[in-house]
Design a protein around this ligand. Structure first.
Ligand code: AMP
Length: 545
C-alpha cells in the first residue's frame, strides 16, 4: 500500500528559493578578489543565481551538461552552486591545487562545456586550454572593469553575462535523482575519481549538515566556511546556510592566519569549519594576539585527524568548543560528527577529551560496519579494528564513468569500501586507526601512524608531524617520525621525543628515528601527503641497520 503523501522532488533550487523567501535578509559575506569585502543578501543571491541560469540557457547549456568552476570561496561561486544545479546542469567544482595533468584529465573526463574561473586562475587555464578540445568557452568571474587581457578564446565576463538577464526565471522541476554536482577525489594513486551527487542526495545531506551534533549552521549562526567550495561542496555549508538562513562568511583567496583572524573578528563569526592545518595557523595567530576572534564559539574540524593537544588549546585556553568530524568526497562528505552524549557529563575531563579526539559519532543516514582482512564483520566494541564499509542515501554508488575504480571500491552487495581502518564503539563513536595503506606493519602487528602523529604533536617543540613505515630487515617495517619544529623552538632530539611519548603509546610503537624538515608536503586538500613524503625519503634507511 502506498502512502498518500505528495511526491515533491527534493531539488537544490528549493533551498535557495526558501532562503530568499524566509531569510531574505540573511547575509553572504565574501572577501572578494576585486576589493576588500563584498556583502549581499540571500534574496539577491537567488536573483543573481536565476540571472546565471538564464545566461547559461542563452549559451545553449542544457540539462545534464557539465559546467566547471575553478574558484575561491566567494559569492559568485555560491551563485554557480545554485544557478548551474538549479537549471538542471551539473556543477563540476575543480580543485586548483591538483597537478596540471589532473586538471586536464578531470575537465576532459567530465566533458565540461564551460569553465568558470576566478581571475587568479586565468594563467592556469591559458596554459591548459590547448589540451581541452571539448570546452566551448571560458567565463571569467569578474566585472568589466577588472576583466584581464587574456589569450583564452571565447572568454566571457561573468558580470556582463548576468547584466544581460532580468532574473525573471522559474526554477524548473525535474526528477530529484538528476545529477547536480560533480567532485573528483584527489586520490593518491591513479587518476582522480568522479563522485556525481544528485539533488536528492544533496538535500538529504543538507538536513544532516544542519542537525548533526549542533556543529552545523542554524538561523542564528554566523558561519565561516574555510572548507574550499572546490572540495566536496564545502561540506554542504552553502546549502545549509540557504536552508537555515545562517550568515555565510567566505574567505576568498586569503588563508593566512592573520587574514582568517581579522575576517572572523570583523564578521563576529561564531562557528567555523576547516581542516587541521588552518586551525594550526589560526591558533598561532591567537597566541600572538593573546585572544580569540570576538564571538568565536564553535570549531568544526575534519579532513585529517585533530590532535588532543590542539583540542586542549582551543577548548581550555580559549573556550572554543571543538567538533571533530569525519567524511569523504564519496559521502557528500558527512559520515560522523563529534558530540558528547549527556551520559558523558559525569566523566573526567581527560575521559571526555579522549572521546573528543575520536572522529565523532554515527549520524543518521550513514550505515557502517567494519570488516577484517577475510571480509568477516568485526564487533563494535571500541577495540576491534578493520576496514570501514558504509552505505546510505548520500553515499556514492559508483564513480562517474570509471568501471575499474568502481570495481575496486564498491562491493557487490552495495557497500562502499572507505579504505579507512577504524574502531567503532557501542555508542557509534569511531576512531580512525589509519588509512589502509599508511598503517605500519611491524612484526605482524599494526602500529597506527595517526595515533603516533597525534601524540607527537603534543610535544611543545613540534608543530606538525607525520609518521611513515620504513622497511626494516628484522621487523618488516618500523616507524620513522618526520616533524617540523615549532616556531621559535629548538628542534627536539629523538631521545627527547621518545621520553615524551613513553607514557602515551606502547613501547614497541616508539619511532626508530626522527627527521626534522622545514615543511611537510601536503596534498591538494591540505592533508600531509605521505605519498610525496615516501618519494622524498625513498633512499632513507634506519641508522645502523
Ligand atoms: P577526501 O575525500 O579528500 O575528503 O578524503 C577523505 C579521507 O580523509 C578519509 O577517508 C580519511 O582517511 C581522511 N579523513 C577525513 N576526516 C578525517 C578525520 N577527522 N580524521 C582523520 N582522517 C580523516
Amino acid at each position: 500500500m502506498d502512502g498518500l503523501m505528495m511526491d515533491q522532488p527534493l531539488l537544490i533550487s528549493s533551498l535557495i528559493e526558501f532562503g530568499a523567501r524566509y531569510h531574505s535578509k540573511s547575509e553572504i559575506v565574501s572577501r572578494a578578489l576585486e576589493g576588500p569585502i563584498h556583502r549581499y543578501t540571500m534574496a539577491e543571491a537567488n536573483h543573481r543565481s536565476k540571472q546565471l541560469a538564464q545566461a547559461l540557457t542563452r549559451l545553449g547549456v542544457t540539462e545534464g551538461e557539465r559546467i566547471a568552476t575553478i574558484a575561491w570561496n566567494g559569492y559568485r561561486h555560491f551563485e554557480l552552486y545554485f544557478g548551474v544545479s538549479g537549471m538542471g546542469a551539473v556543477c563540476h567544482t575543480i580543485n586548483p591545487r591538483l597537478f596540471h595533468e589532473q586538471i586536464v584529465y578531470v575537465i576532459n573526463h567530465a566533458e565540461d562545456k564551460y569553465v568558470f574561473m576566478d581571475r587568479t586562475f586565468v594563467p592556469l587555464l591559458e596554459a591548459l586550454a590547448g589540451h581541452l578540445p571539448k570546452v566551448a568557452g571560458y567565463v571569467i568571474m569578474t566585472d568589466k572593469e577588472h576583466m584581464p587581457e587574456t589569450k583564452l578564446e571565447n572568454a566571457l565576463c561573468y558580470e556582463e553575462l548576468l547584466a544581460a538577464e532580468d532574473g525573471d526565471y522559474q526554477w524548473p522541476e525535474f526528477d530529484e535523482r538528476t545529477a547536480s554536482s560533480l567532485c573528483y577525489t584527489s586520490g593518491t594513486t591513479g587518476n582522480p575519481k568522479g563522485v556525481l551527487y544528485s539533488h536528492r542526495s544533496t538535500v538529504l545531506h543538507t538536513f544532516t549538515v544542519c542537525t548533526a551534533g549542533g556543529a552545523g549552521p542554524n538561523t542564528r549562526s554566523r558561519y565561516l566556511s574555510l572548507v574550499p567550495m572546490f572540495h566536496v561542496n564545502a561540506w554542504g555549508l552553502p546549502y545549509g546556510c540557504a536552508m537555515t538562513g545562517a550568515k555565510l562568511v567566505l574567505p576568498g583567496p586569503r588563508y593566512e592566519g592573520d587574514a582568517i583572524f581579522d575576517l572572523m573578528d570583523e564578521e563576529k563569526v561564531d562557528k567555523a569549519a576547516g581542516v587541521p592545518t588552518l586551525w594550526m595557523l589560526l591558533l598561532a595567530e591567537m597566541e600572538k594576539r593573546g585572544r580569540k576572534p570576538e564571538g568565536f564559539k564553535t570549531l568544526v574540524v575534519g579532513g585529517s585527524a585533530f590532535p588532543a593537544s590542539m583540542i586542549a588549546a582551543y577548548e581550555d585556553k580559549y573556550g572554543v568548543d571543538v567538533h571533530h568530524a569525519w567524511g569523504m568526497t564519496e559521502l557528500s562528505p558527512i559520515g560522523t560528527v563529534g558530540t558528547l552524549l549527556p551520559s558523558m557529563d559525569a566523566l573526567s575531563k581527560e575521559e571526555r577529551r579522549a572521546i573528543k579526539t575520536t572522529q565523532g559519532r554515527a549520524v543518521y543516514g550513514v550505515e557502517k560496519k567494519i570488516v577484517g582482512e577475510n571480509g568477516a564483520q568485526l564487533p563494535e566494541d571500541g577495540k576491534a579494528f578493520g576496514e570501514l564499509l558504509v552505505r546510505g542515501p548520500w553515499t556514492a554508488s559508483s564513480y562517474y564513468n570509471d568501471p575499474d575504480a568502481t570495481a575496486q571500491s564498491f562491493t557487490e552487495d552495495g557497500w562502499f569500501r572507505t579504505g579507512d581502518i577504524v574502531t567503532l564503539d557501542e555508542n557509534g563513536f569511531m576512531n580512525i586507526v589509519d588509512r589502509n595503506k599508511d598503517v605500519i606493519k611491524s612484526a605482524g602487528e599494526w602500529i597506527s601512524s595517526i595515533d603516533l602523529e597525534n601524540a607527537a604533536m603534543g610535544h611543545p617543540a613540534i608543530q606538525e608531524a607525520a609518521v611513515i613505515g620504513m622497511p626494516h630487515p628484522k621487523w618488516d617495517e618500523r616507524p620513522l617520525l618526520v616533524a617540523v619544529a615549532a616556531e621559535g623552538e629548538a628542534p627536539p632530539t629523538l631521545d627527547e621525543v621518545k621520553e615524551f611519548l613513553a607514557d602515551k603509546v606502547a613501547k614497541w610503537w616508539l619511532p626508530d628515528d626522527l627527521m626534522i624538515l622545514d615543511e611537510l608536503p601536503h596534498t591538494a586538500t591540505g592533508k600531509v601527503s605521505k605519498l610525496n613524503l615516501r618519494e622524498q625519503l625513498k633512499d632513507y634507511s634506519f641508522p645502523g641497520v
